[in-house]
Write a protein that binds this ligand. Structure first.
Ligand code: ATP
Length: 326
């Protein structure tokens, strides 16, 4: 059992619904074990600037259902430099923080890994990103909410597409991962998906549109933001319109609505479980690991492994999109 007295918790990188539920779980679990918690505002940027706030039971009341992050989040180039990290460490020492829980994505964990190797402070991470692009957890905090937001939006787009006999090209988030596009493509009955992990390409898309059922009155194509088939949904839309002038084609970029909103039940439970597990992991001497859930069990994955390999795409899921949109 490691004697930890004061855990610093922060959110970093892109925000994700469920981050608040994770902060709450860290604070409440730490109190359960008699450990103090310090909230660090604005990620690594606030760490270097000494933006520290003591957290108590009350500071995390009534936040489990709120999107965003009460601790704010930021990107910080200074933390990429040795001086920036040294400065951050000095702030932690000054505020008597002796362990860290970092909530974020691969960039956050890359920073945490470097930091944890440079200074003698245990750091564990919680997967907080809508992209679901980390290895070591079946799902990341925020992914379930984001895909439900996409499904809700595409269902609405489908209504208007159907009324006007239109083809919609819908761009979704995910950085260089197609996991949001893949799952929402299946759930919305999309005609086709374009994702970085598959080689559908323009020809593949044109074939689907050309040889697909002719009596369809609406069509949805989901494009992942990281897909490089043509350089984004606008360009895909332009090329489709050029090739099929008889289709009334429209483009919709869903954008940041995918990052907001109340977290789903799945995200709240995931955040609560891994948040509490992070405190227990620190007590048990874990460091430089991401805490995730695999098959319902808490899993500990070294940062370098969590960030280096994106979750693989199941080819059967890609096939499913084609098979079911006939
Ligand atoms: P998301 O996947 O949702 O965008 P993220 O955690 O990947 O979240 P990033 O902006 O990539 O978000 O990273 C967050 C912060 O982590 C960066 O602003 C920077 O401060 C820190 N960071 C990233 N890479 C490094 C690195 N190589 N060395 C030190 N710090 C880093």
């Amino acid at each position: 059992m490691t004697q930890i007295k004061n855990i610093g918790v922060f959110t970093s990188g892109g925000d994700a619904p469920g981050m608040n539920a994770a902060i709450r779980a860290v604070v409440r679990a730490a109190m359960y074990y008699g450990i103090e918690v310090t909230g660090i505002r604005r990620g690594y940027d606030g760490m270097g600037k000494g933006e520290f706030v003591p957290m108590n039971r009350k500071s995390v009341s009534n936040i489990i259902q709120r999107g965003g992050t009460i601790l704010k989040t930021a990107r910080c180039d200074n933390f990429r430099t040795p001086e920036g990290r040294k400065n951050a460490y000095e702030q932690l020492v000054k505020h008597k923080v002796d362990a860290l829980v970092a909530i974020g994505g691969d960039g956050t964990f890359t920073g945490a890994k470097v930091f944890g190797n440079e200074f003698d402070i245990p750091v564990v991470g919680l997967p907080g990103t809508i992209d679901n692009d980390l290895v070591g957890t079946d799902f990341t905090i925020g992914y379930d909410t984001a895909i439900n937001t996409v499904v809700d939006a595409v269902d609405k787009i489908r209504d208007t597409a159907e009324s006007h006999d239109r083809l919609f090209i819908v761009e979704v988030m995910g950085r260089d991962s197609g996991l949001i596009a893949l799952r929402t493509g299946i759930a919305t009955g999309a005609e086709a998906i374009l994702i970085p992990e598959s080689k559908t390409g323009l020809e593949g898309l044109f074939n689907r549109l050309e040889f697909g059922r002719k009596d369809k009155t609406s069509r949805i194509v989901i494009v992942a933001e990281g897909d490089d088939t043509a350089g984004g949904a606008f360009e895909v839309g332009r090329l489709v319109q050029e090739k099929f002038p008889n289709y009334d084609t429209r483009i919709s970029i869903l954008g940041h609505i995918q990052r907001g909103g109340a977290p789903s039940c799945m995200d709240r439970v995931l955040a609560s479980r891994v948040g509490a597990a992070a405190v227990e992991a620190l007590r048990d001497g874990h460091r430089n690991e991401m805490i995730g859930l695999i098959n319902g069990e808490v899993a500990y994955t070294p940062f370098e492994h969590a960030i280096k390999h994106h979750q693989g795409i199941d080819p059967n899921m890609i096939k499913l999109v084609e098979m079911l949109s006939m």
